[in-house]
Design a binder for this molecule. Structure first.
Ligand SMILES: [Zn+2]
Length: 245
Protein backbone atom coordinates (compact mmCIF):
# COMPACT_ATOMS: atom_id res chain seq x y z
CA UNK A 1 0.00 0.00 0.00
CA UNK A 2 1.39 3.40 -0.87
CA UNK A 3 0.31 6.38 1.17
CA UNK A 4 -0.55 9.61 -0.59
CA UNK A 5 0.54 13.03 0.66
CA UNK A 6 2.87 11.67 3.30
CA UNK A 7 3.52 14.19 6.09
CA UNK A 8 6.98 15.68 6.50
CA UNK A 9 9.75 13.90 8.46
CA UNK A 10 9.56 14.56 12.18
CA UNK A 11 10.29 13.24 15.68
CA UNK A 12 9.07 13.84 19.25
CA UNK A 13 5.45 14.19 18.08
CA UNK A 14 2.39 12.19 19.16
CA UNK A 15 -0.08 10.40 16.91
CA UNK A 16 -3.57 9.95 18.33
CA UNK A 17 -6.27 7.77 16.78
CA UNK A 18 -9.95 8.60 16.66
CA UNK A 19 -12.47 6.41 14.76
CA UNK A 20 -10.06 4.56 12.41
CA UNK A 21 -8.11 7.70 11.68
CA UNK A 22 -4.95 9.25 13.01
CA UNK A 23 -4.03 12.84 13.87
CA UNK A 24 -0.41 14.03 13.84
CA UNK A 25 0.61 17.54 14.83
CA UNK A 26 3.95 19.39 15.06
CA UNK A 27 6.93 17.52 16.59
CA UNK A 28 10.53 18.29 15.85
CA UNK A 29 11.48 18.95 12.24
CA UNK A 30 14.01 21.10 10.49
CA UNK A 31 11.58 23.66 9.11
CA UNK A 32 10.31 24.75 12.50
CA UNK A 33 11.97 27.98 13.62
CA UNK A 34 13.75 27.58 16.99
CA UNK A 35 11.94 30.51 18.57
CA UNK A 36 9.39 30.99 21.33
CA UNK A 37 6.77 32.46 19.07
CA UNK A 38 6.66 33.88 15.56
CA UNK A 39 4.24 34.23 12.67
CA UNK A 40 6.19 31.50 10.85
CA UNK A 41 5.97 29.08 13.79
CA UNK A 42 2.24 29.78 14.11
CA UNK A 43 1.74 29.28 10.38
CA UNK A 44 3.45 25.86 10.39
CA UNK A 45 1.75 24.64 13.58
CA UNK A 46 -1.71 25.67 12.44
CA UNK A 47 -1.79 22.58 10.20
CA UNK A 48 -2.55 19.04 11.36
CA UNK A 49 -2.03 15.83 9.38
CA UNK A 50 -5.03 13.51 9.26
CA UNK A 51 -4.66 9.90 8.09
CA UNK A 52 -7.73 7.86 7.22
CA UNK A 53 -7.20 4.10 7.31
CA UNK A 54 -9.94 3.22 4.81
CA UNK A 55 -8.51 5.42 2.04
CA UNK A 56 -4.82 5.22 3.00
CA UNK A 57 -4.65 8.95 2.50
CA UNK A 58 -3.01 11.72 4.48
CA UNK A 59 -4.83 15.04 4.36
CA UNK A 60 -3.32 18.28 5.62
CA UNK A 61 -6.00 20.20 7.46
CA UNK A 62 -5.83 23.85 8.42
CA UNK A 63 -6.94 24.86 11.90
CA UNK A 64 -8.25 28.10 13.36
CA UNK A 65 -7.50 29.66 16.71
CA UNK A 66 -4.11 29.57 18.39
CA UNK A 67 -2.10 26.34 18.57
CA UNK A 68 0.06 25.74 21.67
CA UNK A 69 3.76 26.67 21.70
CA UNK A 70 4.96 23.36 23.18
CA UNK A 71 5.57 21.61 19.89
CA UNK A 72 8.11 18.93 20.88
CA UNK A 73 7.50 16.06 23.28
CA UNK A 74 4.05 17.32 24.27
CA UNK A 75 1.34 14.92 25.48
CA UNK A 76 -1.86 14.36 23.55
CA UNK A 77 -4.97 12.35 24.31
CA UNK A 78 -8.41 12.24 22.69
CA UNK A 79 -11.68 12.59 24.59
CA UNK A 80 -14.87 12.31 22.49
CA UNK A 81 -13.31 13.65 19.31
CA UNK A 82 -11.44 16.45 21.05
CA UNK A 83 -7.64 16.31 21.23
CA UNK A 84 -6.08 17.57 24.46
CA UNK A 85 -2.49 18.78 24.41
CA UNK A 86 -0.36 19.26 27.52
CA UNK A 87 3.10 20.78 27.95
CA UNK A 88 5.93 20.21 25.52
CA UNK A 89 9.13 21.93 24.62
CA UNK A 90 9.31 25.13 22.61
CA UNK A 91 12.38 24.21 20.53
CA UNK A 92 14.73 26.97 21.70
CA UNK A 93 16.94 27.04 24.81
CA UNK A 94 15.32 25.33 27.81
CA UNK A 95 11.76 26.53 27.27
CA UNK A 96 9.03 24.16 28.46
CA UNK A 97 5.28 24.52 28.91
CA UNK A 98 2.50 23.47 31.27
CA UNK A 99 -0.38 24.65 29.10
CA UNK A 100 -3.51 22.68 28.21
CA UNK A 101 -5.08 23.26 24.79
CA UNK A 102 -7.94 21.50 23.05
CA UNK A 103 -8.33 20.87 19.33
CA UNK A 104 -11.84 19.95 18.22
CA UNK A 105 -11.42 17.52 15.30
CA UNK A 106 -14.78 18.51 13.76
CA UNK A 107 -14.46 22.31 13.84
CA UNK A 108 -10.62 22.11 13.79
CA UNK A 109 -10.53 25.01 16.20
CA UNK A 110 -7.96 25.38 18.97
CA UNK A 111 -9.09 26.43 22.44
CA UNK A 112 -6.62 27.22 25.18
CA UNK A 113 -7.86 26.03 28.58
CA UNK A 114 -4.69 26.91 30.50
CA UNK A 115 -1.84 29.12 29.34
CA UNK A 116 1.69 28.27 30.44
CA UNK A 117 2.33 29.66 33.91
CA UNK A 118 5.76 29.28 35.53
CA UNK A 119 4.29 29.87 38.99
CA UNK A 120 1.62 27.14 38.76
CA UNK A 121 2.61 24.13 40.89
CA UNK A 122 2.68 21.96 37.78
CA UNK A 123 6.19 21.45 36.44
CA UNK A 124 6.71 22.80 32.91
CA UNK A 125 7.77 19.70 31.06
CA UNK A 126 7.86 17.45 28.01
CA UNK A 127 8.11 13.68 27.46
CA UNK A 128 5.53 13.05 30.20
CA UNK A 129 2.70 10.54 30.18
CA UNK A 130 -0.94 11.61 30.00
CA UNK A 131 -4.18 9.65 30.18
CA UNK A 132 -7.79 10.70 30.64
CA UNK A 133 -10.29 9.25 33.09
CA UNK A 134 -13.87 9.94 34.05
CA UNK A 135 -14.95 10.66 37.61
CA UNK A 136 -18.56 11.61 38.49
CA UNK A 137 -19.26 11.98 34.75
CA UNK A 138 -16.54 14.61 34.42
CA UNK A 139 -13.44 14.08 32.28
CA UNK A 140 -10.07 14.53 33.92
CA UNK A 141 -6.52 14.47 32.62
CA UNK A 142 -3.73 12.82 34.61
CA UNK A 143 -0.18 13.85 33.73
CA UNK A 144 2.74 11.89 35.19
CA UNK A 145 6.48 12.53 35.11
CA UNK A 146 8.56 14.11 32.37
CA UNK A 147 11.58 16.34 31.99
CA UNK A 148 11.77 20.10 31.73
CA UNK A 149 12.61 23.39 33.39
CA UNK A 150 13.80 23.59 36.98
CA UNK A 151 10.46 23.65 38.81
CA UNK A 152 9.43 26.90 40.49
CA UNK A 153 7.50 24.84 43.05
CA UNK A 154 8.52 21.39 44.23
CA UNK A 155 5.50 19.59 45.67
CA UNK A 156 6.16 17.53 48.82
CA UNK A 157 4.91 14.13 47.68
CA UNK A 158 6.91 13.88 44.47
CA UNK A 159 10.56 13.76 43.49
CA UNK A 160 12.50 16.25 41.38
CA UNK A 161 16.07 15.72 40.20
CA UNK A 162 18.46 17.25 37.71
CA UNK A 163 19.52 14.78 35.05
CA UNK A 164 23.08 13.49 35.48
CA UNK A 165 23.66 13.36 31.74
CA UNK A 166 21.68 16.32 30.44
CA UNK A 167 22.65 19.31 32.56
CA UNK A 168 19.83 21.75 33.04
CA UNK A 169 17.14 19.13 32.42
CA UNK A 170 15.02 18.51 35.49
CA UNK A 171 13.09 15.27 35.81
CA UNK A 172 10.11 14.44 37.98
CA UNK A 173 7.53 11.85 38.89
CA UNK A 174 4.99 14.61 39.61
CA UNK A 175 1.33 13.64 39.20
CA UNK A 176 -1.02 16.43 38.06
CA UNK A 177 -4.77 15.98 37.67
CA UNK A 178 -6.82 18.50 35.70
CA UNK A 179 -10.62 18.66 35.89
CA UNK A 180 -11.68 19.71 32.39
CA UNK A 181 -15.07 20.96 33.58
CA UNK A 182 -14.09 23.06 36.63
CA UNK A 183 -10.59 23.76 35.24
CA UNK A 184 -9.11 22.98 38.64
CA UNK A 185 -5.75 21.27 39.22
CA UNK A 186 -5.07 18.74 41.96
CA UNK A 187 -2.34 16.35 43.00
CA UNK A 188 -3.17 12.76 43.94
CA UNK A 189 -1.34 10.89 46.68
CA UNK A 190 0.88 8.02 45.61
CA UNK A 191 0.35 4.55 47.06
CA UNK A 192 2.88 1.76 46.51
CA UNK A 193 6.05 1.66 44.43
CA UNK A 194 5.99 4.64 42.09
CA UNK A 195 8.49 5.38 39.31
CA UNK A 196 11.40 7.65 40.26
CA UNK A 197 11.70 10.87 38.20
CA UNK A 198 11.34 9.59 34.62
CA UNK A 199 10.59 10.57 31.05
CA UNK A 200 9.96 9.07 27.61
CA UNK A 201 7.98 6.09 28.91
CA UNK A 202 4.74 4.77 27.42
CA UNK A 203 1.49 4.89 29.36
CA UNK A 204 -1.70 3.30 28.03
CA UNK A 205 -5.17 2.99 29.51
CA UNK A 206 -6.54 -0.50 30.24
CA UNK A 207 -9.93 0.82 31.35
CA UNK A 208 -11.26 3.97 33.02
CA UNK A 209 -9.35 3.45 36.26
CA UNK A 210 -6.40 1.27 35.24
CA UNK A 211 -3.34 1.98 33.13
CA UNK A 212 -0.05 0.31 32.30
CA UNK A 213 3.29 2.12 32.13
CA UNK A 214 6.31 0.63 30.34
CA UNK A 215 9.98 1.56 29.98
CA UNK A 216 11.36 5.06 29.68
CA UNK A 217 14.39 6.74 31.19
CA UNK A 218 14.46 6.58 35.00
CA UNK A 219 16.73 9.06 36.73
CA UNK A 220 17.19 7.62 40.22
CA UNK A 221 21.00 7.70 40.39
CA UNK A 222 21.93 7.83 36.75
CA UNK A 223 19.77 8.11 33.61
CA UNK A 224 18.79 4.50 32.93
CA UNK A 225 16.65 3.17 30.11
CA UNK A 226 14.37 0.56 31.68
CA UNK A 227 11.97 -2.23 30.80
CA UNK A 228 10.00 -1.89 34.03
CA UNK A 229 6.25 -2.41 33.86
CA UNK A 230 3.89 -0.76 36.31
CA UNK A 231 0.15 -1.14 36.75
CA UNK A 232 -1.67 1.96 37.99
CA UNK A 233 -5.04 2.15 39.73
CA UNK A 234 -6.39 5.67 39.40
CA UNK A 235 -8.89 7.50 41.56
CA UNK A 236 -9.60 11.19 41.96
CA UNK A 237 -7.32 11.48 45.01
CA UNK A 238 -4.87 8.57 44.76
CA UNK A 239 -2.78 6.70 42.22
CA UNK A 240 -1.86 3.22 43.36
CA UNK A 241 1.30 1.79 41.80
CA UNK A 242 2.35 -1.80 41.40
CA UNK A 243 5.68 -2.66 39.78
CA UNK A 244 6.08 -5.99 38.03
CA UNK A 245 9.78 -6.04 37.14
ZN1 LIG B 1 9.79 29.24 24.29
Amino acid sequence: MSFKNKPRKRAYHRAVSIDHSLYVWAGHHNKLPAVHDSAEKRRITSYIQHFTLSTGQWITRGTTGTPPLGIIGYCCTAINGVLHYFGGECGHDDCYHNSITQLNTISLQWRELEPTDATRPVMRRSSSGMISFEHDEVDHLLMIGGGGSKPAVQLPHYKYAESQRLKGLWCTNEHSIYNISSRKWSNPSIIGQCIPPAYDFIIEKINNTRAVLFGGVETDDDDTVTNNIYILEISISTVSWQCSV
